[in-house]
Design a protein around this ligand. Structure first.
Ligand code: ZN
Length: 158
C-alpha cells in the first residue's frame, strides 16, 4: 500500500521538475535571443553614426588650414591625431603615416608634388598650405598660397 502511494507522488514531482526545467530553458533561450537581437539592433544603429558623425565631426572645416604634420603626404589623407613620421633625406619636410608611405615619398618624386586646384601650378607638398577637401572624403588639398585656399573655398560653396 505504501509503495503504491509513493509511486504516483514521485512521478508528479518528476513532471513538476521537468516542467520547471522546460520553463527555465525557454526563458533562457528567449532572453539570449532578445539580447542577440538587441546587440544586432545596436550594431546596426551605431555603425553608420560612428562613420558619418563621430568620425567627421572631429575633422576641421575646409576653410581652416591644417598643419602639414597631420597629413600623410603619400596618400593625401588627413591623419587627425595619429602620429606622423618625417620623411628623411628629402629636400623639404614631408610627413608619412607608415614606412610604406615613407618609401613611396622617397622613391616617387610625383608623390611629393600636388597641383594647386586654383592656379593649376605644380607645388611641393612640403611648403603647401593644406586644408581638408570639402567633399569630406578625408583627403586634403594643397595650395601654393593662402589666397588660393580662400579662392578655392569660395568656388566650392554652392
Ligand atoms: Zn600614409
Amino acid at each position: 500500500m505504501n509503495k503504491q502511494k509513493v509511486k504516483p507522488k514521485a512521478s508528479t514531482q518528476k513532471k513538476k521538475v521537468k516542467w520547471q526545467e522546460w520553463t527555465i530553458t525557454t526563458l533562457a533561450f528567449t532572453s539570449v535571443g532578445a539580447t542577440l537581437i538587441w546587440i544586432v539592433m545596436m550594431a546596426h544603429n551605431s555603425a553608420p553614426s560612428l562613420d558619418d558623425h563621430t568620425h567627421r565631426n572631429d575633422f576641421p572645416e575646409p576653410n581652416v588650414l591644417i598643419a602639414s604634420s597631420k597629413v600623410c603626404m603619400s596618400t593625401d589623407a588627413f591623419m587627425n591625431g595619429n602620429t606622423q613620421m618625417v620623411v628623411p633625406n628629402l629636400g623639404g619636410t614631408y610627413y608619412a603615416c607608415s614606412h610604406q608611405c615613407t618609401t613611396a615619398l622617397q622613391s616617387n618624386e610625383a608623390e611629393r608634388y600636388a597641383i594647386d586646384p586654383v592656379s593649376k601650378k605644380r607645388i611641393s607638398k612640403a611648403t603647401a598650405f593644406i586644408c581638408l577637401h570639402p567633399d569630406k572624403s578625408g583627403k586634403v588639398c594643397y595650395f601654393e598660397s593662402k589666397e588660393n585656399h580662400l579662392a578655392f573655398i569660395k568656388l566650392y560653396r554652392p
